[in-house]
Design a protein around this ligand. Sequence first.
Ligand SMILES: Cc1ncc(COP(=O)(O)O)c(C=O)c1O
Length: 472
Amino acid sequence: MDTGTFIDEIARRLTDYIHSKDEPGQVNPGQPMNSLRRVLDVQVPVEGHGINGALDDLDAFISNSVKTHRPEFMNPLWGGLSLPALAGEIIATATNNSMYTYELSPMGTLIEQTILNRMCELVGFPDGFGTLTTGGSNGNMLGMLCARENALPGSTKQGFDGRNMAIFVSKEAHYSVLMAANVIGVGHQNVVKVQCDEDGRMRPDSLREEVAFARQEGFTPLCVVATSGTTVRGAFDPLSELADICHEEHMWFHVDAAWGGACLFSNQHRSLMDGIEKADSVCWDAHKMMGVPLVCSAFLIKRPSILRTLCGHVTTAHYLFHDAAENEDLGRYSLQCGRRNDALKLWLEWRVRGDAGWAKLVDGYMDRANYLQKSIEDHPSLEMMSSRMWTNVCFRYDNGSTEIPLNDLNATLRHRLIQEGQYMVSRSNVGEDVVLRSVISNQGVDHDILDGFLEAVVRIGDEVVAGMPPRA
Ligand SMILES: Cc1ncc(COP(=O)(O)O)c(C=O)c1O
């Protein structure tokens, strides 16, 4: 097969895949791993299958994938498929420019700088900069590493004993903070989980108490990681008050806005992050609410010199970095060496939408989340399980007359929903309660989809209560 025919074949598959989101079909192929292993040949051969075989392999892959582009997909904090970003992803892969130096990624460097500078402006870091990372988890880790270098200048080079350091997060913060505490040498046990209020926001009074207690116990408070948009409930910590405490206590203030950062585009909703300009660093995932394909995530810092120190490698990498390009090479702000161009897809999407388009996206998602919440509140067999600040809608089925414990009932319901394959939604906990956590973060979601989703939840809940077996 010649190159043109092969590319045409791929383009046809892409078109079919994109159109399939509007046709009747499943989100979840729903094959258990054992049976998938039995029916699929995924071995790497000794003698290659040739290029025609690649098309068959891709067909098998597409049909066995979770259809994250369908509007019925509401499971994690991302979903949908946007064409400009997809085009950027494809071209970034085809051109394969690595982001470490301007020499090897000329326009990519300008684009990434532009994106980072604009995100810094939105955050309120006029002299800020940053880097694109592999996700909010790494963004949180970079924030904590910068906190370390800031508290103990030179620790990047000399090493660090973090056993008497304490890091403060809310009880509802993302688990990546624990992972990062390990990597930076502080350890899981020294991450203090601060009490939240009833809406899931970190309580400033509890933070003050925990910091005082840590000092009393001989710990040095290193940083606070606040969350703008918690994973389960979508809560936004009160940044301004937390920042003031950090400044008084000389702690680094990092904000995990992986999920909620997009609110900054919206005049209606940006007040959720009031005080963000007082932070030292922020992470913000464009691969969540902004719908850019995985991965695309920014780490932003108010004083870029700290990030640069952290990533400084002096003259070791003489084969890549030269003094003449000192102010051009983005590899001086990254812990990675070879690095994908994740900026192109975000930039392309941004050029198509503009700031106004992002604002519309966010406002539209909030409207749909309001609609979903209202539909739940109006339904006799459904109940909201948390207040709402963002597009996370946590609820459960309860028809009020079942002997089945509600946690078991809702866990079974969710399992059956996923097995039926028409909708995908996350199972989470709010306190001790099992809830269905749906999020509006997928451009295809409209009122009809949400109505159909709730109908499916109620139908399955009724079937579980009636002792009916799962549908085949
Ligand atoms: C609040 C929050 N922070 C960080 C992360 C981690 O982001 P990533 O998956 O991009 O590493 C998540 C992921 O869902 C999240 O919800």
